[in-house]
Design a protein around this ligand. Structure first.
Ligand code: SF4
Ligand code: SF4
Length: 67
């Protein structure tokens, strides 16, 4: 199954990735990152389809997709 990694400390919380995931698998984290904002995380147990929309839209290249 495809999966993604998110560099949480690089994330600026713009939520673009949240808005484009067709499976709604990216959600806001509860804890602050090193930048003092709440980053996003992959929803536990979510079934990623590997479309890479999240990685393509992230302006700071925080997301990598593995197929
Ligand atoms: S690769 Fe596609 S399905 Fe997987 S988390 Fe990113 S946008 Fe969602
Ligand atoms: S698009 Fe990138 S910077 Fe914006 S919330 Fe998602 S991972 Fe963070």
């Amino acid at each position: 199954m495809p999966k993604i990694t998110i560099n949480k400390d690089k994330c600026k919380g713009c939520l673009l990735c949240v808005s484009v995931c067709p499976q709604r698998l990216i959600v806001v984290e509860d804890e602050l990152n090193l930048r003092g904002i709440k980053p996003v995380k992959f929803k536990p147990g979510g079934k990623c389809v590997g479309c890479a929309m999240c990685a393509v839209i992230c302006p700071d290249c925080c997301i990598e997709v593995y197929k």
